[in-house]
Design a protein around this ligand. Structure first.
Ligand code: ZN
Length: 242
């Protein structure tokens, strides 16, 4: 089975469409949360994911938009965008977001999906080998897919220590009997210095995880953000992948 793994789309429909257009033939699309927040088209992105039958999990921005007293955890720009999104989304988008589970394990496949980390799915960032190691006990499958940091990255449990792998563009990681936590990077707001949308393709039979980048029309998203009255800093950062 060939699966596209998309994370942190953040209501960036132009980026999502560029990614979907680049996929080729896939059997499924999985997303790792933060469907909305920051970007200008939350309804369009939720509709598109529903239309293609994507399955996925809930991120901190999805949680914030659905209510709950979590906005205090956000910086002012993120909070302004979350409040804008709350006001703006249709009931259907709200139901889509509310229906997202915190973690997901597709049947008979060796992957657990979480937004942040398996032990604290909504909020924790897996950004270091130590945090990755502490999370190994929190999932039962060999591999875990996470997003949230917006940085393509992998952690693999070599015999004596957790090793961090920073992938080159288009790199493929051959998975094996070592457990691993894998991050495809962000579709809608990359933060590794490369503004192109980032995602991954997983071959679940050959156990290969391949990172991919695709350029998209950033200016279209930026114009829609300014038009919507979203914080200008959030649109500017898209140009720099930060
Ligand atoms: Zn995010």
């Amino acid at each position: 089975m060939i699966v596209a793994v998309l994370s942190d789309i953040h209501a960036n429909l132009a980026a999502l469409e560029a990614v979907l257009g680049s996929l080729g033939s896939v059997d499924a699309v999985w997303h790792l949360g933060d469907v909305v927040g920051y970007g200008p088209e939350p309804d369009g992105v939720a509709e598109r994911l529903a239309e293609i039958g994507a399955i996925g999990v809930r991120g901190n921005h999805d949680e914030a938009v659905c209510g709950g007293d979590v906005l205090a955890w956000f910086n002012p720009d993120a909070r302004a965008a979350a409040e804008w999104t709350r006001r703006r989304i249709t009931p259907r988008t709200r139901r889509f977001l509310e229906g997202l589970p915190e973690t997901l394990t597709p049947p008979e496949l060796p992957f657990t999906l979480a937004h942040g980390s398996p032990r604290d799915p909504i909020w924790e960032y897996v950004f270091s080998p130590d945090v990755a190691a502490e999370n190994l006990a929190a999932f039962a499958t060999p591999y875990c897919l996470v997003g949230h940091t917006h940085v393509p990255l992998a952690f693999r449990h070599d015999p004596r220590r957790m090793r961090q792998i920073v992938p080159e563009p288009d790199a493929t990681l051959q998975l094996d009997d070592r457990r691993a936590i894998l991050n495809p990077g962000s579709v809608g707001q990359p933060r590794d210095g490369d503004p192109a949308a980032s995602y991954a393709i997983v071959d679940t039979a050959a156990l290969r995880f391949t990172w991919r980048r695709v350029a998209y029309d950033i200016e279209t998203t930026q114009a829609a953000m300014l038009e919507a009255g979203l914080p200008p800093r959030l649109s500017r950062r898209l140009s720099f992948g930060q």
